[in-house]
Write a protein that binds this ligand. Structure first.
Ligand SMILES: C[S@@+](CC[C@H](N)C(=O)[O-])C[C@H]1O[C@@H](n2cnc3c(N)ncnc32)[C@H](O)[C@@H]1O
Length: 194
């Protein structure tokens, strides 16, 4: 007869056997579609989703209304960013920074989410074949307020940036901005009901 200790161990082993481990990718939708966006005379072809999951903070897998507003405005007023070096916060698929790269000298697209950074990098790659690409376009991991991420970016860009951009990123940690040397700030906050 099994003693209570070995019975318990067997039960624990059975419970462990019942646990199904799912790879995190099970929850992630990567069915990105090539989509054409038009802002004034500028056409951008980018990979994005049509709907996003908020569970894993994958809100950056699609284009938000704030980015559409910002891009329409920038396409009408390219002089705002002309020749500038720009860092974008919470870039999502990169639609705003990538439009800016048509007018700027340098654009750093940032996001905190690794999955989102992957799609940003793919969209940056797509620009390398475009004859409209002017600026040096790069992607960096940046969680707002993370001093290690900030130091890494500042190390690579010791001159700082002329402009900090953000579309639909609603939470602004003001001290973050103090860490960048910048001359101007352009944010679009899109308000919506939840
Ligand atoms: C609503 S989406 C906006 C994306 C894009 N700017 C647009 O308008 O289409 C917010 C973005 O901010 C990023 N984000 C959210 N919290 C963040 C944080 N704490 N640090 C850095 N990025 C963050 C998300 O990953 C996402 O890409």
């Amino acid at each position: 007869m099994a003693d209570s200790g070995s019975l318990r161990k067997r039960e624990e082993k059975e419970e462990e056997d019942d646990i199904v481990c799912l790879d995190p990718s099970f929850f992630v939708d990567r069915s990105y579609e090539m989509t054409t966006f038009t802002f004034g005379s500028h056409e951008l072809r980018l990979l994005c989703l049509r709907a996003a999951s908020t569970d894993f903070d994958l809100t950056g897998q699609l284009v938000w209304p704030g980015a559409v507003l910002m891009n329409n405005y920038l396409s009408q007023h390219p002089e705002i960013v002309k020749g500038c070096s720009v860092v974008e916060l919470g870039s999502g698929i990169g639609i705003t920074g990538i439009l800016c790269s048509r007018f700027c000298k340098e654009v750093v697209l940032t996001d905190h989410n690794d999955e989102v950074l992957e799609i940003i990098k793919k969209n940056i790659e797509l620009q390398s074949c475009s004859e409209n690409a002017h600026a040096v376009l790069t992607a960096e991991k940046l969680e707002w307020g993370n001093s290690d991420h900030l130091s890494g970016i500042i190390e690579k860009h010791p001159g700082g940036f002329d402009l900090v951009l953000g579309a639909d990123i609603y939470i602004l940690e003001i001290f973050l901005l103090n860490c960048f040397y910048f001359k101007a700030l352009a944010f679009v906050f899109h308000s919506f009901d939840m």
